[in-house]
Design a protein around this ligand. Structure first.
Ligand SMILES: CCc1c(F)c(F)c(S(N)(=O)=O)c(F)c1F
Ligand SMILES: [Zn+2]
Length: 260
């Protein structure tokens, strides 16, 4: 796509993505995020618990991608995997990243019964049992499994502190630094009850390849920890904030949950 690339600004944000080379933004049938209405979600007794087995030595680096801050993991072998839930097979952890707002009242992508949260953590896994590489999984309806964890502003989160401390050297787009021995499971809440629905990437290319697992229990983030995320930049003098896509049409998708 010649011309300006996608982002979250007034001219290249989510309402423009369909005209920036991603028609699926408008024409898709399973776009994400969505609003989750708990009363309409169907309890499914056949849904298994999530089973996470993460090797902390598989974290590699942390970078400012220009749209988020992202921790990358070694996904060449089954070192950090997700199984269970609605999933068939083993999904390898590839990266985790965040979405957040300009202020603490909004910033999450999924909205729960009308409530927005200050931010959202995504742990991105791909079906390495069925597909040879990540880019192949992007083309499949069951290619990815993303765990979404809502961020609520209250006490500081000790597990997040390692990420927060690294932000000061990641201010500019493209900045990257080593990020070894990070325990991704330390970011998860104690309760792993979830809603699940078929959806898409929430950023371009917006591929409809994601089985979403939205955790019911948020994790805490300190107001000053979140303030540090806002010191990152999309580009020169453009603070990185409001890097979230608003909820998309449900188009009569069924949302299931593993709790009553
Ligand atoms: C293609 C890389 C990529 C993203 F850019 C992304 F934003 C997401 S998201 N927000 O849906 O979790 C992914 F899952 C993902 F794999
Ligand atoms: Zn995301």
């Amino acid at each position: 796509m010649a011309g300006c690339s996608w982002g979250y600004g007034p001219k290249n944000g989510p309402d423009h993505w369909h005209e920036l080379g991603f028609p699926i933004a408008k024409e898709g049938t399973r776009q994400s995020p969505i609003e989750i209405k708990n009363a309409e979600a169907k309890f499914d007794q056949n849904l298994k618990p999530l089973n996470l087995s993460y090797d902390p030595t598989s974290s590699k680096s942390i970078c400012n991608t220009g749209t988020t801050v992202q921790v990358d993991f070694d996904d060449c072998t089954d070192r950090s995997v997700l199984t269970g839930g609605p999933l068939c097979g083993k999904y390898r952890l590839r990266q985790l990243h965040f979405h957040w707002g300009a202020c603490d009242t909004h910033g999450s992508e999924h909205v729960i019964d009308g409530k927005t949260f200050a931010g959202e953590l995504h742990l991105v896994h791909w079906n390495a049992e069925k597909y040879c590489e990540f880019n192949e999984a992007l083309k499949a309806p069951d290619g990815l499994a993303v765990i979404a964890v809502l961020l609520k502003v209250c006490e500081a989160n000790q597990a997040l502190q390692k990420i927060v401390c690294s932000l000061e050297c990641l201010k500019s787009k493209g900045a990257k630094t080593d990020f070894k021995d990070f325990s991704a499971c330390s970011l998860l809440p104690s309760c792993l009850q979830y809603w699940t629905y078929p959806g898409s990437l929430t950023t371009p290319p917006l591929c409809e390849c994601v089985i979403w697992l939205v955790l019911k229990e948020p994790i805490s983030v300190g107001a000053d920890q979140l303030a540090n995320f806002r010191k990152l930049e999309f580009g020169p003098c453009e603070p990185m904030q409001n890097n979230y896509r608003p909820p998309q049409a449900s188009k009569c998708r069924e949302i299931r949950k593993n709790f009553e």
